[in-house]
Write a protein that binds this ligand. Structure first.
Ligand code: MN
Length: 139
């Protein structure tokens, strides 16, 4: 839904540019972070509707950052969706264990990416059922 606010956490400039372009094309408001530390700061400052979390980040990685978000009363209800590379086997399970509500595969598919984001935002609007409950995620 246009106007919804998304925090995009991605250190790779090409991925970040593509993702923010696709998100802005849908009318979303996009905050960008390139490190876990910055993500925590922006999440607390803006309380976005959804966080898209790259897992391989310099400094605090995406797993640790997600755990920190989920341990903080201010940010724990914000759904975190992992951006996972196909090659990184085991990342998806680890992401769900860290508190991610789902994942979107990389490389970013320009058609599938906006559809997946819209689906996760709809779940979040519905009260978050299906998010943060790995056993119910069939992705
Ligand atoms: Mn990365």
């Amino acid at each position: 839904m246009a106007g919804e606010r998304i925090l995009l956490v991605e250190d790779n400039p090409q991925n970040r540019r593509l993702a923010q372009f696709l998100l802005k094309s849908q009318g979303y408001i996009v905050y960008e972070a390139t490190t876990g530390e910055e993500a925590l700061e922006l999440a607390r400052a803006h309380l976005p509707d959804l966080i898209l979390m790259d897992l391989q980040l310099p400094g605090l990685d995406g797993f640790t950052t997600t755990k920190a978000l989920k341990a903080d009363d201010l940010t724990r209800r914000i759904p975190v969706i992992a951006l996972t590379a196909y090659a990184m086997k085991g990342d998806r399970e680890k992401a769900l264990e860290a508190g991610c509500g789902g994942y979107i595969p990389k490389p970013i598919d320009t058609k599938e990416f906006p559809v997946a984001v819209s689906r996760y935002l709809a779940l979040a609007r519905g009260g978050g059922a299906g998010l943060g409950h790995p056993q119910s995620d069939e992705g």
